[in-house]
Structures are given as structure tokens and as C-alpha cells.
Design a protein around this ligand. Structure first.
Ligand code: 2U9
Length: 344
């Protein structure tokens, strides 16, 4: 019996040498170790052995089974290693090849300018406030000293949705909402960026929708010189340290006194060019001291508090700064236009 087992081991290990595929290895496993294999048969016949022989033969049989099993395992590991190496060779990546550059997106030029302006005012201690584009007549007009029959309401024809709701014509209602929320607390020191809507016919310099940034400061003892200093700081950070401003009297229902603010031309630095029509100055801001009635309506005692406000059109600033001749370029999103503002 012992010899039979040894011969079986010998035979199995020899055949194992010949095996050249995983399938053949599996066949061999079934042939020698399977339920119908010779080893199982021998073990089944062990009942006929004497009590002395049985453990000895049992031990040999186990040894033979162990030797065949580990031979098969070894062979299987060899096949798997070869398979892995083959796959690695076929999937090799040449890491020295130049990569494909992903196409980069970019911030829209208008968003970029809004962010630049926000950054400057944040640096001066302003907070940013936003509000709804669909606005109530009260916040858009009434609270800004523009009652129902006021002629200025015709000046800026508006998109009304219902009798009481319209697309906001400026971002001023955001300031009104902020004042109401602050319930007379000071300081108020905010800028309000956002889209506004007016019933204009679109052309190279007009759009029914555009972007505004307005600012409002309320505290005790706020004076016109605070307004002028703030705007001078703003334009010098925005257009260069040598930029100058000049103020001309104007009229807005929500400010008194009111002033248009001109900036020395950032293209020719004041010497006169096509952009500033040889004047050396560009009109880019409106401003003024907050009208006492506007303060009062939103909960600030005009005897105790004063404030200044200003407003600017962002597209106009971007057009002047970059020499863009048609406001519609900002909204048609022609990539040939947008790509000019992608920075490397
Ligand atoms: C409150 C009080 C006062 C905001 C102001 C202007 C002057 C102004 C224009 C600039 C170009 C609009 O985009 S534009 O057409 N804006 O001239 N805006 S003062 O005054 C306010 C706002 C809110 C409570």
C-alpha cells in the first residue's frame, strides 16, 4: 500500500511538470485529488487494514495528498505570476509622454471686475449685501423718495410683473432692506452688487439688463468728504495710484446733495484721447449724501445720523478699462470674446 501511494505521488508530480495551462492544472487536480481519484479510493479501502497498519498508511496518504496539493498550489502561483507579468507588460504606461492639457474654464470678465471691486471695498471695511431681483414697488421706488406720481419713475421705464412687483431697476432696494433689518443700528457700511433691469432698447451702449454696484454708509457725522475720500481710494486701487477724481453737481431723488463723479481717463492718464473724447475725464459714478427722508423712512433719525451713497455700472467700467465697444459682448458669450480674458 505504501509503495502504491509513493508511486502515485511520483506519477502525479511528474505529470505536474508537464502541465502548461490553468485548465490542465485543474484537470490534474480533479484526476488525483477528486472524489473519484486514486487517492480517495485508497483512503476508502483503509477499512480493510489492520489496526497497526491503519495509522501508518493514513500518515503516508496524508503526506502524499499534501505533496500533490502543494505542488499544484506552487504551479498555480507560477501561472498567476506569469499572467500578472504579461498583463503589466501589455498595460505599461510611458510616463515620460507629454500629457494632454485639460481645457481650462475662466471667470467671466464681468464677474472678475465685480470680484475686484468687492475686494477693494472689503479692504475698506465694507460688507457685501445681496437681495432679490424681483422686487416690491415699495423697496425699489417708494422708500427711495420716488412716490407713485414721481416723474423719475418714467425716466427709468421698468419691467412690471404685477402692480406691486417689478424687476429691480437698481440695487438700491438692497440697501433699504438692510437698513430696515438693522433697525437704526450703526454703522451701516455695505456694497450691493447685482443685476438690474430697465426697459431700454438694446444697442452698443445700452442693455435692458446690466450689473450695478452701489454702496451705502450711515453713521454719526458722515460728511461729503468721507464720500470723496472713499471714492478716491477706490479709483486709485482700481485704476492706478495716480488716478484723480472730480465731482460735479447732479440730482437724484434719494440723495441731497448729489454729485456725478468723473475719473481721470485710465487710458491716456488725463492727456486726452478717443475714449475720453479729448476731455481727460470719464464719468463712471453717481453719488450723494443720503436724503433725510430716505434715512427717516427706513428707521434712521436724520438729526442724529447722516450717510453717503454711490452707484456705478460695472459693464461701463469694464468697457472703458478694456476698450470693449459693444455692451452686448458681455451677454452673447462668443468664446472669441471670452478667451481674451483667460489668463495663463
Ligand atoms: C439708498 C440711498 C441712496 C445710490 C446711488 C447713484 C447715485 C447713481 C447710477 C450710476 C450708474 C446708476 O448704474 S447706473 O446707471 N447710480 O448715480 N446711485 S447715489 O443711492 C442710494 C441708494 C440707496 C438707501
Amino acid at each position: 500500500m505504501k509503495e502504491k501511494l509513493q508511486a502515485l505521488k511520483q506519477e502525479a508530480l511528474e505529470q505536474l511538470q508537464q502541465v502548461d495551462s490553468l485548465a490542465a492544472l485543474n484537470d490534474l487536480r480533479v484526476k488525483y485529488l477528486g472524489k473519484k481519484g486514486p487517492l480517495t479510493e485508497i483512503l476508502r479501502g483503509m477499512g480493510a487494514l489492520s489496526a497497526e497498519e491503519r495509522p501508518i498508511i493514513g500518515q503516508v496518504a496524508n503526506e502524499v495528498r499534501g505533496a500533490i496539493e502543494s505542488g499544484i498550489q506552487e504551479k498555480q502561483a507560477q501561472f498567476e505570476r506569469a499572467e500578472t507579468e504579461k498583463r503589466l507588460r501589455s498595460e505599461t504606461i510611458d510616463v515620460t509622454l507629454p500629457g494632454r492639457k485639460p481645457k481650462k474654464g475662466a471667470v467671466h470678465p464681468l464677474s472678475k471686475i465685480v470680484e475686484d471691486i468687492e475686494e477693494i471695498f472689503l479692504g475698506m471695511g465694507f460688507k457685501i449685501e445681496e437681495g432679490p431681483e424681483v422686487e416690491q414697488d415699495y423697496f425699489n421706488f417708494e422708500a427711495l423718495n420716488l412716490p407713485k406720481n414721481h416723474p423719475a419713475r418714467d425716466m427709468q421705464d421698468s419691467f412690471y410683473l404685477t402692480e406691486e412687483l417689478l424687476m429691480r431697476t437698481h440695487t438700491s432696494p438692497v440697501q433699504v432692506r438692510t437698513m430696515e433689518r438693522m433697525q437704526g443700528e450703526v454703522p451701516v457700511k455695505i456694497i450691493c452688487p447685482g443685476r438690474v433691469y430697465r426697459r431700454d432698447d438694446d444697442d452698443a451702449t445700452h442693455s435692458h439688463m446690466f450689473t450695478q454696484i452701489e454702496g451705502l454708509v450711515i453713521d454719526e457725522h458722515i460728511r461729503m468728504s468721507d464720500l470723496k475720500g472713499t471714492l478716491l481710494q477706490f479709483v486709485q486701487e482700481m485704476f492706478g495710484a495716480d488716478t484723480q477724481i472730480r465731482m460735479r453737481p447732479s440730482f437724484f431723488p434719494f440723495t441731497e446733495p448729489s454729485a456725478e463723479v468723473d475719473v481721470s481717463c485710465m487710458i491716456c492718464r488725463g492727456s486726452g484721447c478717443r475714449v475720453c473724447k479729448q476731455t481727460g475725464w470719464l464719468e463712471i459714478l453717481g453719488s450723494g449724501m443720503v436724503h433725510p427722508r430716505v434715512l427717516e423712512m427706513s428707521g434712521y433719525d436724520p438729526k442724529k445720523y447722516s450717510g453717503f451713497a454711490f452707484g456705478m455700472g460695472v459693464e461701463r467700467i469694464a468697457m472703458l478699462k478694456y476698450g470693449i465697444e459693444d455692451i452686448r459682448h458681455f451677454y452673447t458669450n462668443d468664446v472669441r470674446f471670452l478667451n481674451q480674458f483667460v489668463r495663463a
